[in-house]
Design a binder for this molecule. Sequence first.
Ligand SMILES: C[S@@+](CC[C@H](N)C(=O)[O-])C[C@H]1O[C@@H](n2cnc3c(N)ncnc32)[C@H](O)[C@@H]1O
Length: 264
Amino acid sequence: MEDPTMVGTLAAQAEMIWPLERPLLESLGLPERGTVLDLCCGTGEVAGRIARAWPALTVLGIDLFEGHLGVARRAHAGVRNLSFAAGDARATGLPAGSQGAVLLRHVLHALPWPEAVLTEAQRVLRPGGLLYVLAEDYQGLFFDAEDAEHARLFVDVRPALLARGTDLFHGRTAFRQVRAAGFQDVRVHSLVLDPGTVERGTFARMLRYWRDGYDAFLAESLGVPPERVRARFDGLIAAAEDPERYVGWWIPVVAGRAPGPSHR
Ligand SMILES: C[S@@+](CC[C@H](N)C(=O)[O-])C[C@H]1O[C@@H](n2cnc3c(N)ncnc32)[C@H](O)[C@@H]1O
């Protein structure tokens, strides 16, 4: 069974990011035809948007979790150039060199072995194929919260999560990881979500899903009662909803090319 807070989080994030992301994918030369793999596709929010926007592409989403795949299949039933399959991002079973592009969104920070996933992405990409990593770095979340302690939530919890294999500061290391994996022409493109680019209400909705989905886990990690964590999230939500206060989220997208000649 899928977790409704994660389903809601992914929907709110795609709603905010896609208007910035589509022109970036266009400028990066997402192929017009052939195959694109959304690795760790979740509920298919962006695989579905790509399939609709690039109708001559064949888009495949792979995820480990059947609950998310079920949501994806229901949401995108009837989209002819889109399919979903269960699989492990470290060993997809897809033929080598079969993909024109591989997307990895909102996921590498949460995996203890991002290198293994990047190796698999490179294996399935054709030479010159596009790697697109939308990374997360929680120090890139800015909140003009009334209580400064609320704004430090993710920095405070990072050491405990690092011990569990999740790096909340992963975004800044993704450039190095993608280069170390052998990709070429690696560049970081910045997406900035803030009141100038997204609806405050959607930002706040995402934070509510984070609060409701992660309060117990973060509380345990910090060794505090869940109410303390919820109060800190509530401070962030209040800032997001206050038209006088700034909230922002810097999202690094690391793009590179599989070794070999480019076939853009
Ligand atoms: C935060 S969600 C991101 C979903 C999607 N990429 C998006 O941007 O909307 C992370 C997803 O990675 C999936 N995942 C985690 N480990 C995986 C693995 N080893 N292989 C495939 N999927 C995995 C989870 O099931 C989850 O759906």
